[in-house]
Design a protein around this ligand. Sequence first.
Ligand SMILES: [Zn+2]
Ligand SMILES: [Zn+2]
Length: 567
Amino acid sequence: MENNKEKKIGGVYLAKKETKLKIIPLGGLEQIGMNITAFEYNNEIIVVDCGIAFPDDEMLGIDLVIPDVTYLKDNVEKVKGIVLTHGHEDHIGALPYVLRDVNVPVYGTKLTLGLVENKLKEHNLLKSVKKRKCITAGKIITLGTFKIEFIRTNHSIADAVALAITTPAGVVIHSGDFKVDYTPIHGEPINLQKFAELGRKGVLLLMADSTNVERKGYTMSESTVGESLDDIFLDSEGKRIIVATFASNVDRVQQIIWAAEHFDRKVVVEGRSMVNVVKTAMELGYLKVPEKTMIGVEEINRYKDGQLVIITTGSQGEAMAALSRMASSNHRKIEIKKGDCIIFSSKPIPGNEKTVTRVIDDLYRKGAEVICENAHVSGHAMQEELKLLHTLVKPKYFMPVHGEYRHLKKHAELACKMGMSDDNVFILTSGDILELNESGGQITGRVPAEQILVDGLGVGDVGNIVLRDRQKLSQEGLLIVVVTLQKQTGQILCGPDIISRGFVYVRESEDLMLEARNVVKNALEQCHKKRITDWSKIKGVVRDALRDYLWAQTKRSPMILPIIMEV
Ligand SMILES: [Zn+2]
Ligand SMILES: [Zn+2]
């Protein structure tokens, strides 16, 4: 069987047997988020996706995380374009940052590009970046030596595609994020025939979504959510209904609107990203809203509770999102009240459980009823769907993508269970260079693949040192020691004064602070006696003495900042 496969691949791609295709993931492995992969053959590069990751708890004050594209910057003349699989943030979010340095054409389906344009507009980049080219599923584009076919899939956003990338070294199939939905809301089911056809011709490598590899069975169809929504709406007669979901899940929003229409309710859309996505999706024809169904938030007082549905952001408990603000009475227009029915049409992303729980508690406190069951399905293939894809594509090699390390490992095991040899599976780390052709593959080197942190307008100016300071400040607090010394003699003229933030409440710790001042005073006197005049040395002595004292007294070590003034 193995021989047979080799012959097939060999038969189709005899040319340039020795040149290998380089596959370089710059992010997206051992993490969920920041998906971006470079494919390089001879002197040409294409890039698939360009996403962000959301900061984890340790990244204090960081807004988002973008990939390190040094390798693309250094080889910018080789880069033929960026090809997008779908419009989720972890696949398109970094474009406004990356396109500034790697200004190349971007290819994607209609909804994906619509969301990209919104993003570029927000960053004032619409004019300065190269053109975006809209590609429909089923079409093939040629970028240098690469031929890229867009293959329709299903996912939790419309217009998602997988890519079949034909190179002189063989065909690579990248699944994008996908599920198998035989009854999708918008458009058609995943083009399984195409995967089978490519599989029959011979596929060198399959790269596939690993997000749900731990979950048994099949994901339910998106349309089942509509049935559940109808049931919930039926049970909630007379009550105001508020549904929280992901702004980008246009098909979900569509089903909420259908349910509203069905039960004669008006729809209000709340939250900045929800308003933006709904607007774009309506303009591009991905969302059909019956006339007069949508009303502005300022009109809600004209309707009874039972005539309203509010679709809102905040399904992940994000502090600034509309639902969280409603739950904490910080929303200017909408207040949660007794009897409201709140539907979470979502599942907390791992890590967000606590914040979601907090919002749910706040909602219950206000007398609302909260429904989290049956109003959501996943957008990522589970085990049986993954097996289906592997079976149809029959790749020679396999690389699990889009997952934490354990997901990649489990997905590799699944492939092996289905008969693939261990040696033909590549689990990579972001930054690895995999060189591959039909005669084999190996990791031959690395490129930079750090995470670049974005804080406000600053990109990359917050690194490990700044983060460490932020962590220390957030955990231990800060003491500032201010003292004025006489220039010639080094005697204390004024102070030392100690200012504390986040360490102890000074008024309740007067003894400790008084003694701390004495410790500083003694340290300074020691310096004076020993004729130490170098400021940095004096600061060091003060810092050490105070640190030792505070540790002995409190078992805490706040950040200490000595400030010396001289007259
Ligand atoms: Zn994704
Ligand atoms: Zn996605």
